[in-house]
Design a protein around this ligand. Structure first.
Ligand code: GLA
Length: 557
């Protein structure tokens, strides 16, 4: 019984997840209002609406009925030409708004128009229609007895999901244009994150990612928990650190075999990789930080010197494994082109003096940024010189316009300290970019773009490493998501790396289909389904996919 219920539920969610974006165009004002209004030839143009006389005072004189879109989130693109003839005022403020009290009467287009002249009004806005609404000309404060209003060329384009209730025809991902091909003029790579089990180990996903991507990031398999595969070490080797310190290190790193299979599969499908991640407070076994690798609840942290040696060993182990694999299986050519050396080490509420994440085993041992600097020293020592080293974090645009405090400044501070350390190297800031439709601003003074530009000024390149766009508390709207992806990619392209300047060198989307997004497992989105990605559960291209294509096609090469 339970099983049947689940199947039905899955089917329901499946259908629910398919959204057809449609556009309806309306080119005239409502018949109901226009009945009273005269349609005439004015200034040599036929079909001009003429509004004149006291009988219109206090009435919705010119409106477009939006009743059919009730309960929908829609985008209204509006345009018209208007002329006011009046002896009493030189100009009038004209507003077209939706009569939705709950939404605060959203204004779609507004302009001050000079009396006696034809003026074009245009505007565009997303609105959620909670009831039967109208788009109307607001005549608040107008004395209709002494003026005449002329309106022509009305155009109202309504775009939204499932406006007609028809099932959509979405393009399967294997039939759509290749995203990587479209983006090649701008970036070194385009990528999508995947996981091995049930995803990248299947032919279907390999083919799809091969078609659309240059690069993949594995969501889990290169993280310490996966490298040790949740084993507690029982046998040890000796490792001698750069400082000559001898420590015991685990013999077994069983997860590396899967890393090898992943690299082979990437190679077979023409894909490169981002290595994710070496030093992180999460998905790293607790025993890695403890004296004698103990799992006891009252075990003590090791001292800094021991932790330095363990970190050095771990980074060297990963680099050696990859280098050996690349030598034996890929003629020494790199599959992994960038490493996320350190992930998420900055505080969520960074100030000038308290800027590091403190709920981290790394921080608890070091009480400073020393481990971050050391990670970039060891990575520099053991990684090939042409493999890029990245610091990766979320909310990296937080407080981007602030002089001090906030995450952008905290990241700039660590970049600076690494740059000043002679034997360390940092090439890239990885901006994770788990963003929401409404936050952050993509462009403007305090925005994602501000952060990108500040990182670039600091002399590093930027990689967008984990992009997904949550609808958050808002109702999902495929058109809104499409426009947001487009806006992001327009900004990425504008700030791209060129031969002569630093910039964004690649973008990775965090996941393939909405069914697989990590966001729906988060407590904060309980009961609010998120649709943040480019493909539906059945591997069809959502409008968001075409938002990226449009951004690429419309940009200057
Ligand atoms: C962070 C990490 C990723 C992944 C996501 C959640 O962004 O960097 O590796 O764990 O969280 O999926």
């Amino acid at each position: 019984m339970k099983k049947i219920f689940c199947a039905v539920l899955a089917l329901f969610i499946g259908i629910n997840a398919v959204f057809a974006q449609e556009t309806v165009t309306i080119n005239q004002l409502d018949a109901q209002t226009s009945k009273a209004i005269k349609i005439k030839k004015v200034d040599g143009v036929k079909g001009v609406t003429v509004i004149k006389g006291k009988k219109f005072q206090g009435k919705d004189i010119a409106s477009v009925n939006l009743e059919q879109f009730v309960n929908k989130e829609i985008k209204i693109d509006f345009g018209c030409q208007i002329k006011i003839v009046s002896k009493s005022k030189p100009d009038y403020k004209i507003s077209w708004l939706v009569n939705d009290f709950q939404a605060g009467f959203p204004v779609i287009a507004e302009k001050r128009v000079k009396t006696g002249e034809w003026t074009t009004l245009t505007g565009s806005k997303y609105v959620s229609l909670s009831g039967k609404r109208m788009l109307l000309l607001s005549t608040n404060g107008f004395d209709l007895e002494s003026m005449t209003i002329y309106i022509k060329d009305v155009s109202v384009r309504i775009t939204g999901d499932d406006l007609s209730g028809k099932q959509p025809e979405l393009t399967p991902w294997m039939e759509a244009q290749s995203l990587k091909d479209v983006l090649h003029p701008y970036f070194d790579y385009f990528g999508i994150a995947t996981t091995w089990q049930g995803e990248f180990n299947t032919e279907k996903i390999q083919k799809g990612l091969g078609r659309h991507c240059d690069s993949i990031t594995t969501g889990n398999e290169f993280k310490p928990d996966f490298i040790f595969r949740w084993n507690t070490p029982t046998s040890f080797n000796e490792f001698v650190s750069e400082k000559g310190k001898k420590i015991k290190v685990p013999v077994k790193t069983p997860g590396l075999d899967i890393c090898g299979q992943i690299m082979q599969t990437a190679k077979d499908n023409g894909l490169e990789m981002r290595g994710h991640v070496l030093v992180w407070h999460s998905q790293t076994p607790k025993w890695f930080f403890m004296e004698n690798y103990s799992t006891d609840s009252n075990a003590k942290y090791v001292d800094k010197a021991t932790m330095n040696a363990r970190m050095e060993w771990y980074i060297k182990t990963m680099m050696d494994y990859v280098a050996k694999w690349e030598k034996e299986n890929n003629g020494g050519k790199h599959i992994i082109k960038t490493w996320d050396v350190v992930n998420e080490a900055m505080s969520d509420s960074a100030t000038e003096s308290k800027w590091l994440r403190e709920d981290s085993d790394w921080y608890k041992i070091y009480q400073s940024e020393e481990f971050i600097i050391n990670a970039f020293r060891y990575a520099n020592k053991y990684a090939p010189k042409d493999v890029k080293l990245a610091y990766n974090d979320y909310n990296s645009y937080q407080g981007s316009a602030n002089k001090s405090g906030g995450k952008t400044n905290a990241i700039l501070k660590i970049v600076d300290l690494i740059q000043k350390t002679p034997d360390a190297r940092i090439d890239v800031v990885g901006m994770q970019s788990h963003v929401q439709i409404g936050y952050p601003n993509v462009t403007g003074t305090d925005s994602f773009e501000t952060a990108v530009q500040r990182f670039i000024e600091k002399g590093v390149n930027v990689q967008v490493t984990e992009l997904d766009i949550a609808n958050g508390d808002s109702m999902y709207s495929s058109i809104r998501l499409k426009d947001k992806y487009k806006e992001y990619f327009e900004m990425f392209i504008r700030n791209r790396k060129t031969d002569t300047k630093k910039g964004i060198e690649g973008v990775t989307i965090w996941g393939i289909t909405d069914d697989g997004t990590w966001l729906n497992a988060l407590q904060m989105y309980k009961g609010k389904k998120q649709y943040p990605l480019l493909f539906t559960g059945d591997f069809k291209c959502k409008p968001a996919f075409f938002g990226i294509i449009e951004a690429a096609q419309e940009a200057e090469k």
